[in-house]
Design a protein around this ligand. Structure first.
Ligand code: CDV
Length: 316
């Protein structure tokens, strides 16, 4: 059996604060239809794909905060996407803000799911590397309050078998892509493809001198290195454009295990890109240069798992 996954990345243009869930789901549905029409069997949507990137806003009213969260998945609003995907026999990745009651309390996560072509949710991930801050920074041009609105994900980095080909698919979210550990853990679990969504401001609020072109360069650098160093496909989908005036960069891309970008978006609007991903392509990389079993030396990597921050230790 051919081990290929016809994969689409469905980039979203801006979603404004006033936009309704129904209007967003309609856009997702349209893109899923387009992907299906182009023969794709897997569609990757962005991070927090159902709302504006609300962590840029300081919000005090708990009810207003919870308006951005999903207490149910699928919900009556998102069901049309699940139904269409099932009709078309398409799997998808979707990022959203998750509100859940667990261990007797309400918990909030920046979450993504993998949905099989029969409409079942087969995999869930909760974002581990939450960027930003907790406190209000009134002098900043905008906030980045992921650390206020979400808990650190507690599910780890995992891999799921999907499709008739049994493709081994891992998932992560946005800032996770900048951390090599993210991909290496999933590669050690046998991932052949890692998919992710992102919302990346074009300017770096912590380093205003950083030019916008470097933001896109660092995005590409991260996903291309991750693909090559693990011999895997990486699919990264943006929410892009100016949301209520705040600019998120595009750059949605499908990266081959060679590290080459094989498809990329060229707008900052709703745009579907697609590629027929041959899962066998990464095998030679995983069997040669990055044959983990043969060449890794975990005895020299212990510090990576044991230490979080830098403690200066020099040999002279
Ligand atoms: N949503 C994100 O995680 N955004 C971060 C920004 C803040 C740098 C990112 O890594 O793209």
């Amino acid at each position: 059996m051919s081990r290929r996954v016809k994969t689409a990345a469905a980039q979203l243009g801006p979603i404004h604060r006033a936009d309704s869930r129904a209007s967003v789901v309609k856009r997702l549905v349209e893109m899923l239809k387009e992907a299906a029409g182009r023969g794709s069997t897997f569609v990757v949507f962005p991070e927090l794909a159902l709302t504006t990137f609300f962590p840029r806003w300081w919000i005090e009213d708990p009810a207003e905060i919870d308006r951005y969260f999903e207490a149910q998945m699928p919900s009556p609003e998102t069901l049309p996407l699940f139904e269409l995907a099932r009709q078309k026999g398409i799997g998808f990745y979707l990022g959203y803000a998750e509100l859940v009651e667990e261990a007797g309390r309400l918990r909030r996560f920046n979450t993504s799911i993998l949905v099989a072509p029969d409409g079942r949710i087969v995999g869930k991930y909760r974002k581990v590397h939450l960027p930003g801050h907790v406190e209000h920074r009134p002098a900043a041009p905008y906030q980045h309050l992921e650390k206020k609105y979400f808990e650190v994900g507690d599910l780890g980095f995992n891999v799921w078998k999907m499709f008739d080909s049994g493709a081994r698919v891992g998932q992560c979210i946005c800032n996770d892509r900048r951390w090599p550990e993210t991909f290496r853990v999933m590669a050690l679990k046998g991932a052949e493809m890692v998919v992710l969504g992102y919302n990346t401001p074009t300017d770096n609020v912590y380093a205003p001198h950083e030019p916008p072109y470097l933001r896109v360069f660092h995005h590409n650098l991260s996903i291309q290195a991750a693909a090559y160093q693990n011999g895997i496909w990486v699919v990264a989908t943006a929410k892009a454009g100016r949301e209520d005036g705040f600019w998120l960069h595009g750059g949605t891309a499908i990266v081959a295990p060679t590290g080459e970008i094989v498809a990329k978006a060229n707008t900052e609007e709703d745009e579907v890109i697609a590629y027929d991903c041959d899962l066998a392509l990464g095998e030679y990389i995983r069997n040669t240069t990055f044959n983990f079993a043969k060449h890794r030396r975990p005895e020299h990597y212990r510090l990576i798992a044991d230490r979080t921050g830098v403690e200066i230790e020099t040999e002279n």
